[in-house]
Design a binder for this molecule. Structure first.
Ligand SMILES: [Zn+2]
Length: 116
């Protein structure tokens, strides 16, 4: 329990707990979570894990199988992805095809746990 930053808290009435990837906050004096977060300059998104668009898809993407690619292929994909990333970081524009490839590589590498 902690003192709630959102109201004049005399005794700790803020409960902070973790549920899966989420952080739950609850003020027993009745403050809204959004008010509590605003009081400490945070947003709801700060409590949520990162999601991508697939989270909202009815059909999640098929996880590629690790066995389907050789290590040489994997290294090739990693290098291609890192090159695309470096291009973007240094302010270069990717072509539509390069962008599509980079996204596919990203999804693949993350699917097999090579990217966070
Ligand atoms: Zn409160």
């Amino acid at each position: 329990m902690a003192c709630c930053p959102s109201h004049d808290d005399k005794s700790p009435s803020l409960s902070v707990s973790e549920a899966g990837n989420h952080i739950l906050i609850h003020c027993f004096a009745g403050c809204e979570p959004s008010e509590i977060l605003a009081a400490v300059n945070m947003q709801m998104s700060d409590l949520m894990p990162e999601r991508d668009a697939h989270y909202f898809d009815d059909q999640p993407p098929q996880r590629p199988k690790r066995e389907t690619r050789s290590e040489a292929d994997l290294a090739h994909i990693q290098i291609r992805y890192l090159e695309a990333e470096a291009m973007v970081e240094t302010g270069h524009k990717l072509t539509a095809a390069e962008k599509k490839q980079a996204i596919a590589d990203f999804e693949y590498l993350r699917g097999i746990g090579e990217l966070p």
